[in-house]
Design a protein around this ligand. Structure first.
Ligand code: SAM
Length: 214
């Protein structure tokens, strides 16, 4: 299979066609080999327009949603970014292409381990992953220029707002377990601005400040 051709087609038909134009995001999507983040039997479907299973009841997000959420962070390069929900590590790699430093938290150890292995094999040196409840954020390296949550939450976890830099952006799906709104929170001085980027559907953010149970 010609995966480079598949990536170009994905960008043309799914990403640009829906209005994502940020060149850093498009270049990252063109470069990162998404097919390596799914199991071998699903590789031929890796560039199609939907999420795919990655084991443990979790998914790798639809390419367009990865693009939309990354664009919403408004990165210019050089930032420090926190991701909650490493999953396959695909979104992490996209962030690693653009930001200077990426910290990512995953609650399921086997997923974190596999993501670490793939990211190492691809040579990413600017990504740190830890296993834990990401609703607490990762205080040690805060504050962050951007925070991205790749699971749906009933509310915005307060530690994530606290760990956001002044002027920083938090991208998070908030709603019930069936559907959420993709919210972009901007922190300016002590004020919080909220924008709604539209409806999405994510697996649950499970933890102290998310859903309390599976
Ligand atoms: N961005 C990922 C990718 O590209 O593969 C998709 C992530 S998947 C939709 C959501 C992930 O969030 C799952 O791997 C899940 O285990 C993780 N997750 C759920 N609650 C979490 C929490 N409190 N802390 C860290 N990770 C969490």
């Amino acid at each position: 299979m010609d995966f480079k051709y598949s990536r170009e087609k994905m960008i043309r038909e799914q990403i640009r066609a829906r209005g994502v134009t940020n060149i850093l995001v498009l270049n990252a999507l063109l470069k990162v080999p998404r097919h390596l983040f799914v199991e071998e039997s699903l590789r031929h479907r890796a560039y199609e327009d939907y999420p795919l299973p990655i084991g443990e009841g979790q998914t790798i997000s639809q390419p367009y949603i990865v693009a939309l959420m990354t664009e919403a962070l408004k990165l210019k390069g050089g930032e420090k970014v926190l991701e909650i929900g490493t999953g396959s590590g695909y979104q992490t790699a996209i962030l690693g292409e653009i930001a200077e430093r990426v910290y990512s938290v995953e609650r399921i150890p086997s997923l974190a381990k596999r993501a670490r292995e793939i990211l190492d094999s691809l040579g990413y040196k600017n990504i740190s992953i830890k296993v834990g409840d990401g609703t607490y954020g990762w205080k040690e390296f805060s504050p962050y220029d951007g925070i991205i949550v790749t699971a749906g939450s009933p509310d915005i976890p307060p530690p994530l707002i606290e760990q956001l830099k002044d002027g920083g952006r938090l991208v998070i799906p908030v709603g019930d377990i069936f559907s959420q709104d993709l919210l972009v929170i901007t922190k300016e001085k002590d004020k919080i601005k909220k924008e709604n980027y539209g409806g999405v559907r994510f697996v649950k953010l499970i933890g102290e400040y998310g859903w309390r149970t599976d």
